[in-house]
Ligand binder design. Structure first.
Ligand code: SF4
Ligand code: SF4
Length: 159
């Protein structure tokens, strides 16, 4: 007797959960504007990312190909997993002084955990996170990027 009871009880709960699911489905069918799930990649063209999305670390340059990185290395020291390597060179200024400038800012996207510490500690606001998030590559070497552009220099006044 008990087995028969359990049998019908199972059927009852199965129908109940089916009904609950169908209620949600039909609600979205008749009110599609209420759908919150994004259909990616079909919606790629009109996809808007939130400003706070951390896609990858970038170094903004202005129209004169200038960045704000003084090569101080603070971001490299603070990065918990060695994702950043700041390579600098020492140059001589017109007034005969020695000065350290950025040579290469190397960022390994494949190792980054997007903690945001590097951006937070940078005293010059030289790096930011872009919200570009599509990074699929066939070769992980391609995830190692040089963030300062070819021929770029330190922005005047950012020393
Ligand atoms: S976000 Fe974190 S892990 Fe990524 S480079 Fe910055 S400090 Fe390193
Ligand atoms: S990005 Fe900022 S913290 Fe990192 S080396 Fe350049 S100036 Fe220093």
């Amino acid at each position: 007797m008990r087995e028969i009871f359990n049998y019908f009880k199972t059927i009852f709960f199965a129908l109940k959960s089916l009904w609950t699911g169908m209620k949600v489905t039909s609600a979205y069918f008749f009110k599609p504007w209420k759908i919150v799930t994004q259909q990616y990649p079909e919606n790629r063209k009109k996809l808007k990312m939130y400003e706070r999305t951390k896609g990858e670390l970038v170094m903004p340059h202005n129209e004169k190909n200038e960045h704000q990185c003084t090569a101080c290395g603070i971001c490299q020291i603070n990065c918990p997993n060695g994702t950043i390597e700041v390579k600098s060179v020492t140059i001589e200024t017109p007034d005969g002084k020695k000065k350290k400038v950025l040579d290469k800012y190397i960022y390994n996207l494949g190792m980054c955990t997007f903690c945001g510490l590097c951006v937070k500690v940078c005293p010059s606001d030289a790096i930011v996170f872009s919200n570009k998030f599509e990074h699929a590559v066939f070769n992980k070497e391609k995830l190692v990027k040089t963030l300062n552009k070819e021929g770029s220099t330190l922005k005047k006044g950012a020393e």
